[in-house]
Design a protein. Structure first.
Length: 251
């Protein structure tokens, strides 16, 4: 059962109630801008290459708390946003309650189009909803979009970035050849697990959200093609993180 059109009853638990719950008090007001990593290594890269301060070991979201940090000389916080649409929405709800206004999502996607290749940086202008989280916020939704100003700023300030549609899914093992062909025909070039939920939930919460993705692997376009495999070397990952942080500093 998804969001009901006539349901105006209150949620059983909210992000604010969870933050204030008996588990642990969290009294920090966060900066207006947050960088949320949805891929391994981002938080570690920032800690290794920038001067940072740790706010707390336990960011008070509902699903798997994590450390949250800020840059020592910038009014920007950062954390690991989790994996998948439910945890992404949980992270956004919690950030919003703690004062964040702008969210830069940093992640990766698999690509299934001749228009892009491994290592390309994609700033999605639209994400088709094939995850279930968005359907608990909207009774009917096909796609979601980033905040227009942040999108233009990212595309104009991240070197060699490209704008395309993508798809977000909950089912990593059900990306069939037929479905990917249908997605290509709709203009999508890649797939992740969070972006459409980040855009849709961010709009509900009045957050300004943009997603920056690196193509981590390229899917075979036909069943007889070379099999799928990871192709992104560590140095490419680090260069991507640096570009995203440089962009965050410009907001």
């Amino acid at each position: 059962m998804w969001k009901l059109k006539n349901d105006d009853s209150k949620a059983v638990i909210t992000a604010r109630e969870h933050i204030n719950s008996c588990h642990r008090a969290f009294l920090i007001d966060l900066p207006h801008t947050a960088v949320s990593f949805f891929m391994h290594g981002g938080v570690e890269f920032v800690n290794d290459n920038y001067k940072v301060l740790k706010y707390d070991d336990k960011f008070p979201r509902f699903l798997a708390s994590c450390p949250i940090y800020r840059f020592a000389d910038r009014d920007i916080c950062f954390l690991d946003g989790g994996r998948g649409a439910p945890q992404a929405a949980d992270t956004l709800e919690t950030l919003a309650e703690l004062g964040v206004k702008n969210v830069i999502s940093v992640g990766m996607c698999g690509v299934f189009s001749e228009k892009v290749d491994t290592g390309d940086i994609i700033v999605p202008d639209l994400a088709f909803v094939e995850e279930g989280t968005s359907l608990h916020y909207y009774s009917d939704i096909e796609c979601s979009k980033p905040h227009s100003d942040l999108f233009r700023l990212a595309l104009g300030n991240i070197p060699n970035s490209k704008s395309f549609h993508i798809v977000s899914t909950d089912a990593v093992y059900r990306q069939t050849f037929i479905k990917e062909d249908l997605w290509r025909k709709k203009g999508a070039v890649g797939i992740d697990m969070e972006t459409s939920a980040l855009f849709s939930v961010g709009k509900i919460l009045n957050l300004n959200v943009v997603s920056i993705l690196i193509a981590s692997d390229k899917h075979p376009l036909n069943e007889g093609d070379e099999k799928w495999q990871w192709r992104m070397p560590p140095n490419l990952r680090k260069e991507f993180f640096a570009k995203c942080i440089n962009f965050a500093f410009k907001i």
